[in-house]
Design a protein around this ligand. Sequence first.
Ligand SMILES: [Zn+2]
Length: 264
Amino acid sequence: MHRVVFNRFPGGVSRCLTMSYDDGVPEDIRLIEIFNKNGIKSTFFLNSINLDRDGFMPSEEIKNIYKGHEIACHMMTHPRPTTIPGTSKLVETYEDRKILERACGYPVRGLSYPFGNYDDETVEVIKSVGIEYARTTVSTRSFDLPKDFLRWHPTCRHREDLAELVEPFLAPGDDLRLFYVWGHSYEFSRSDNWNIIEDFCRRVGGRDDVWYATNIEVVDYINATKALRISIDLDTFYNPSAISVWLTVDGMTLEIPAGKTVKI
Ligand SMILES: [Zn+2]
C-alpha cells in the first residue's frame, strides 16, 4: 500500500502565507508596496459605500491599486451583522459584491465579517449570494487549515506578537502550515509602527519554501485537493480541477497537473 499524505501546497512546498486587510483605506497603497517588494499576496476587504469618499479608495482605480492581490467584501456599510435583519444582511452582502465586481472586473468570492461579528444566519445569507469564505477576528495562533472556510479563524492580527510566530512557521518540518495574518493598514500609521510589517515581510517574504497566496487562492487550492480522485490502490490520481495539486506519495513530492491522470 502506498503512503499518500496531503502536506503540499503549489510548487510542492509545505508552508503558505496569506494576508488579509480590512476597510479599503489609502494606507493600503503603502502596504501593497511592501507586500510586492517581498512577493507577498494579500486580500483586501472593502465596504462599497465608502468608495470615492474622503479617506477611502476611488472606485475607478481599485482595479489597478489592488492588482495582483484580491478584492473582497466587507459588507456595504460596515454593519454589525448580528444586530440587523436577515434581509439587511442579504442586501449588505449582495450590493457590496455587485458594486465591487463592477469596479474590479472579476467575481468577488470572499468576505470578512465587519467587527468580526456574525451568527449562523449571516453565514447562510452570505453563502446564498456566492460567498465562498469568510474571515472572523478570532486568533488561533496556529498554522492549521480552517475547519470551515465560512468561519475562517486567522492565525493572528498583526499587532499580536506577529514576530514571535515567524520562527515556528519557518522551522523545519513536513507538516502543512498556513499562516494567516489580518489587520487594518491605517493601524501602522496611527501607531507609527510600519516597521512591524516591514520586518515581518522581509523575514517571511521572498522564500522558495513558502507559497504566497491570496485568501481565495488558498480556498481554490484546498477545494482542488479535496476534489482529487484516487484509486483504491492509492496508485492512480485524477485531478478534474483547473489547477495542479501537489501531495507526497511514499515520501516523494508529486504534482498532479490540472485535468490529468497520473499513475505511479
Ligand atoms: Zn472593518
